[in-house]
Design a protein around this ligand. Structure first.
Ligand code: EPU
Length: 336
């Protein structure tokens, strides 16, 4: 376990925002985490994975806990599937690459998603028609309030769109230590996302490694690399609207793209709403809206969290005024 006082969090958030933490604790084992719980209880704290989905609003007068548990272990294997147990501190894409190299299927569509394995279940990361929750078989965590070792099945994780039990009942009360995945040995790839299907047709073979290859190149063409341009991926969630709201919007905006959901509601791409409000590629000070994917807010160099939030609130206000839809942030705003 490592302790650092009064440390810059800039290397630990992909927005590249300057903020200092009073204390940073890095934990390398379940034992380290169990020991650190006594420091956290009753104090201001937050848990930081890869820092790819957070915006520090200012200096953090509390404890930042970074679980750094390593390792990918084969738990069980049959002729059809493998069960892998992965440390919370493993980079998500290192795990995806490991799986794809062995021909295991399930997470290839999530190639290139930044962040750590431990953060993946919290917001149930999703991209190109697949959510991590669909392959997660178990999440191990330490409960902060009781010190208990929790073992949650997929059902107990209550996965939803960018949502899980870790954002509700277990919010601020669990440190994820290991995540287990069941991956297929004879994978059927998911090509529900149009551009992935088209690119695979050109390649002529839909092996998991080709899916990974295609997805990495789609991501590269649309999404800014955080080491080149600070960002935290999608800043907003795609909003859900009722069927009647969808119908009235469609009357006014016949080109409105939308995807129907099982319950009868519709999901509307926030990127489209933001573009229609004229924000695509625009900036406010050093905070900007990405030119290829307006759902992504970027730090054009030296932006403060205030700059990013001012831009975000302006976008929320304009989308609300034009479409009557309230965008919700996907990025976690951390304040002390
Ligand atoms: N669109 C526009 N203008 C643009 C870009 C997109 O109008 O400039 C519209 C189009 O109608 C397009 C639609 O938005 O069809 C969807 O765009 P895209 O396929 O890029 O996906 P998204 O819905 O904007 C979501 C995830 C991404 C994920 C992609 C791909 C959320 C909040 N975001 O974005 O996740 O990579 O789908 O599956 O659900 C992330 O969470 O950080 C993230 C990047």
């Amino acid at each position: 376990m490592n302790f650092y006082d009064n440390i810059s969090l800039r290397p630990f958030n992909t927005f590249g925002i300057e903020a200092k933490a009073r204390t940073l604790i890095e934990c390398y084992s379940t034992f380290d985490i169990a020991q650190s719980l006594e420091y956290l209880r009753g104090k201001e704290f937050c848990i930081l994975g890869g820092g790819s989905n957070v915006l520090f609003e200012g200096d953090y007068d509390g404890i930042v806990l970074r679980p750094r548990l390593a390792g990918i272990t084969l738990l069980h294997e049959t002729s059809d599937y493998v069960d892998l147990r992965v440390g919370a501190g493993v980079q998500w894409d290192t795990f995806v690459e490991y799986a794809v190299q062995r021909g295991y299927g399930g997470v290839e569509n999530l190639s290139g998603v930044p962040g750590t394995v431990g953060a993946a279940p919290v917001q149930n990361i999703g991209a190109y028609g697949v959510e991590a929750g669909s392959c997660i078989s178990r999440v191990e965590a330490l409960q902060i309030s009781t010190g208990k070792n929790l073992q949650l099945s997929r059902e107990q994780c209550h996965f939803g769109y960018r949502d899980s039990v870790f954002k509700h009942e277990l919010k601020r009360d669990a440190v994820i230590t290991y995540v287990s995945f069941r991956l297929a040995k004879h994978p059927v790839v998911n090509t529900s996302y149009g551009p992935v299907r088209e690119a695979l047709l050109k390649v002529g073979d839909s092996s998991v490694s080709n899916v990974r290859h295609v997805i990495l190149s789609i991501r590269e063409s649309k999404l800014p690399a955080p080491d080149e341009l600070g960002n935290a991926g999608s800043f907003f969630k795609n909003p859900e609207v009722s069927a009647s709201k969808h119908a009235s919007l469609l009357e006014q905006y016949p080109t409105l793209p939308a995807f129907s959901l099982p319950g009868g509601n519709f999901k509307v791409p926030a990127a489209w709403l933001i573009e229609q409000c004229g924000w695509k590629g625009k900036s406010m000070g050093m905070a900007g809206v990405h030119e290829n994917q307006p759902l992504v807010l970027v730090n054009r160099g030296g932006a403060s969290a205030c700059d990013i939030l001012a831009l975000a609130y302006s976008i929320i206000r304009d989308v609300k005024a034009k479409f009557g839809i309230e965008l919700r942030m996907e990025v976690n705003i951390v304040r002390s």
